[in-house]
Design a protein around this ligand. Sequence first.
Ligand SMILES: C[S@@+](CC[C@H](N)C(=O)[O-])C[C@H]1O[C@@H](n2cnc3c(N)ncnc32)[C@H](O)[C@@H]1O
Length: 291
Amino acid sequence: MLPTLVPVLEALPLGPKGRFIEPFAGSLTVLLNLPAVPSVVCDKNAVLMNFYAALKAHGASFVSSLEPLFTPSGNTREVFDGLRAEFNASHDPERRAQIFIYLNKHAFNGLYRENSKGVFNVPFGRFELVSFPRDELLHLAERLRHVTLAPTGDFERLVDEAQAGDVVYCDPAYVPLSDTSNFTSYGADGFDFDDQFRLARAAERAALRGASVVISNHDTELSRDLYARAEIMNFNIQRSISRAGAERRKAPELLAIYRPSESVAEAEPFGSRMKIKAARSKTPSKAKATP
Ligand SMILES: C[S@@+](CC[C@H](N)C(=O)[O-])C[C@H]1O[C@@H](n2cnc3c(N)ncnc32)[C@H](O)[C@@H]1O
């Protein structure tokens, strides 16, 4: 998906005060693959947002505080169960943020899943070796300095804040490929049809205000109906779509692209603005070149 998505986002018009907005932040993979422009993100997963907040606030010192959790002696069921219990009982946001990344890397399949009472309940992952992602975390901490973590948990409020010249990318849980499969759910709440509908309508409103919005989803009749007012770009992606994961075949996906209803004054393509800036800062100014 990324190789298709990034050029699409980079070609969209970003206004002089334009921001990149990602209301379904997840692991922030998309943001990390785009030029570093001022950004705003949110996610319904409050535990994930709490982790980003700690990393943004404390940077390298927070990353160093995590390293002791990533030792061979910490990679046992006993330590995992103890930290999981501490995580579920703790009300200290920073301690929960520290344990979150340990659990994320040591849990079965790297899953984050809560039961209906909001208790993290994924079992130990039995990985032979879990390495400490120091460089990735430091890189993320650096990028988060230019990212606003929106206090809202729900995408709609953030999409409704998008203004002329902003670029919004939405990666919701996908609609089912067939009528028999269920809507994917994350955390304690599912993302149902009403949510898909709210998202499509919010995207239309944002485009009317002059923002660009891209939504990714499965390419189905339902999503074609949902995004009837968008430009559709479809493609196939190699991913496991059966429950057992044994059968791999191409799942059709689409990007629904809502272009701003009017052109934004002085907007430049998202991707080129930062490249132009970087090139300018490398070119010696006339004043400096003249002895
Ligand atoms: C498909 S994932 C996004 C993955 C992300 N693009 C990445 O690179 O990891 C969907 C995300 O949406 C979040 N989410 C689910 N419902 C939401 C809602 N109503 N508002 C905001 N985020 C929501 C989930 O917590 C999950 O992190």
